[in-house]
Ligand binder design. Structure first.
Ligand code: NAP
Length: 526
């Protein structure tokens, strides 16, 4: 399946651009997909990127204190390990630099078209090709389309009454306004999720007053970062197997949390005990302690870790406000108890459109069927979280039910990328144009998935989270251990697929080896 090298032409709206594989997005998923295609001998691919640089979420989230809450020795590609991560939980600039470095090292930039925001695409049954369109009118024609857009990229700003009347500075955590000087200002922060707990401690000393609007208290466990000294980094570089052992140690430690989250949420009481103790140690006021204590099972929403968040709440400059927001005025926020909180700036730490991000693209599959319509009616579902019945040759990296509450998402991405490469190779090996999962296989997969999720802490833990859709179905998280996902995506099972195009030849087995286990834990040189 080696392809001829094809350089990407300069944009010309008048002429469609033909490519074999169209990748949308250049974050961890898109870059990883491009590299895997190169390794498989496919050089005819284009990566569309809506922004002006690679990096996805690690390009966009520049808020103070932005860092990964999974140890970076695991939250990085298995084939591109680094011995010189400076900290256990790397900060955004280091991860962003890593991704830019990967794009350069693998020569991906000539394949990337920046400033191309893909908005719609349809499958042409006569040609067996995708036609995809960017918002500026560029047309791309491709045999395969890989969505690598991630799930956390459309900032969600609540529709609060009067929000447009506010005259001060207002921005979302993923669109941080670095030109706005917070020094001495009265600042409102709305939201107390994974992003807010990272930036609140970073800004509290600078601002004049901090008004923290909490709707639901998160569970926050003690966590301190560790700087890796030069000597340790050298040892990781030189001592055979050390980096491998570290990566594996982190992986299996994280993986051990999956059992309780999936099968026995009651076991998470121990975590709640640690969370309460953390509150008692860091917050002095009993009323505030009570307000920050969650009333649902730990793990139901993402478990957070910070040694500085509760201290920031305990800071005399901070006021924790738990009355709901009634409306925004020109110079403040009025809560449901009628109190007006005057502020100079509002920072929205209010998260992202997640489930609806899947239906944000207009995708039409076979018979012109609109995938958004189907997903709106039936719920967002895919086969093994990657492919969709009736939508040939389209692959969704980090698609439905492949998010995680307990381990590194890069593991899932690498498992999926391997699956996509196998699928493309099978299309070639059978001399057909396309493949799509059979509806029965997809339904079977999703029924079993939903059965497994029913007893999980995310479904039964007594909280309202963005993991669940409006009908209470979990459309975002994987059920079970990540090694089980790896096992299920290690090989494309052709009995689950329909081959489209020319008459299929007798069954051919993929020559792409099944994925190694666990892909995230094996350094490239092992
Ligand atoms: P988030 O976890 O969805 O938190 C959003 C916060 O805003 C919640 O506290 C939510 O309250 C609140 N909120 C939303 N709408 C509101 C409204 N109308 N009024 C009042 N409060 C409102 O978002 P996030 O903190 O940006 O994190 C999103 C995800 O990004 C995380 O779950 C994680 O997967 C990822 N992330 C990862 C890292 C990392 O280190 N790897 C770091 C940051 C973020 P409710 O809880 O009541 O809904």
């Amino acid at each position: 399946m080696a392809q001829k090298k094809k350089s990407v032409q300069q944009p010309d709206v008048s002429a469609p651009i033909h490519t074999r594989v169209l990748i949308i997005g250049s974050g961890f998923s898109g870059l990883g997909m491009g590299i895997a295609l190169q390794k498989a001998g496919i050089d005819d691919f284009v990566i569309l990127e809506k922004a002006g640089e690679v990096g996805g979420t690690w390009r966009d989230n520049t808020y103070p204190g932005a860092a990964c809450d999974v140890p970076t020795h695991l939250y990085s590609y298995s084939f591109e390990p680094r011995a010189d991560w400076s900290q256990l939980f790397s900060r955004q600039p280091e991860i962003f630099d890593y991704l830019k470095g990967v794009a350069d090292k693998y020569g991906l930039r000539p394949h990337i078209r920046f400033g191309q925001h893909m908005t719609r695409g349809h499958w042409d049954e006569a040609e067996n090709r995708w036609h995809a369109y960017a918002s500026d009118g560029h047309e791309y024609i491709a045999q395969f389309v890989v969505s690598a857009i991630g799930a956390l990229h459309i900032p969600s700003i609540p529709q609060l009454a009067g929000i447009e009347e506010f005259a001060g500075a207002a921005f979302h955590s993923a669109q941080w306004d670095h030109d706005f000087d917070l020094t001495g200002k009265r600042v409102a922060v709305i939201g107390t999720g994974a992003s807010a707990i990272q930036f609140v401690p970073e800004i509290v000393d600078r601002v004049g007053e901090l008004k923290l609007f909490q709707r639901t208290a998160p569970w926050v466990l003690p966590r301190s970062n560790v700087d890796f000294p030069q000597g340790f980094q050298r040892a990781l570089r030189r001592v055979p197997g050390l980096r491998f052992a570290l990566r594996n140690g982190i992986y299996w430690t994280a993986e051990s949390g999956a059992y309780a989250m999936n099968k026995r949420p009651g076991l998470l009481k121990g975590i709640e005990w640690a969370g309460r103790r953390h509150i008692r140690r860091q917050i002095s006021d009993p009323i505030v302690r009570e307000k920050v204590t969650p009333d649902y099972r730990a793990g139901c929403k993402r478990l957070l870790g910070s040694n500085s968040y509760y201290r920031a709440i305990d800071n005399p400059k901070t006021e924790l406000i738990t009355e709901g927001i009634e409306r925004v005025t020109t110079d403040g926020i009025v809560t449901k108890d009628g109190v007006e909180h005057k502020v100079d700036a509002i920072i929205y730490g209010t998260g992202f459109h997640v489930i609806d991000s899947f239906t944000n693209l207009s995708i039409k599959g076979r018979d012109g069927e609109d995938l958004t319509d189907r997903w709106t009616q039936e719920g967002v579902q895919a086969h093994r979280g990657i492919t969709v019945a009736g939508v040939p040759n389209a692959f969704f990296l980090l698609g439905p039910n492949t998010g995680l509450g307990h381990n590194s998402i890069v593991f899932m991405i690498e498992s999926q990328i391997h699956y996509v490469i196998q699928a493309i190779e099978l299309v070639d090996a059978h001399g057909v144009a396309a493949l799509a999962p059979r509806r029965e296989a997809q339904d079977r997969f999703n029924e079993s998935l939903q059965r497994d999720l029913a007893g999980s802490v995310w479904n039964s833990g007594g909280c309202k989270s963005w993991y669940l859709d409006e009908h209470g179905n979990n459309r975002t998280l994987w059920a079970g251990f990540t090694w089980q996902y790896w096992l299920q995506t290690r090989r494309v099972d052709l009995s689950e697929y329909e081959l489209i195009g020319k008459r299929p030849r007798p069954a051919v087995r993929s020559t792409v080896p099944a994925a190694d286990f666990p892909p995230q834990a094996l350094p490239a040189n092992v």
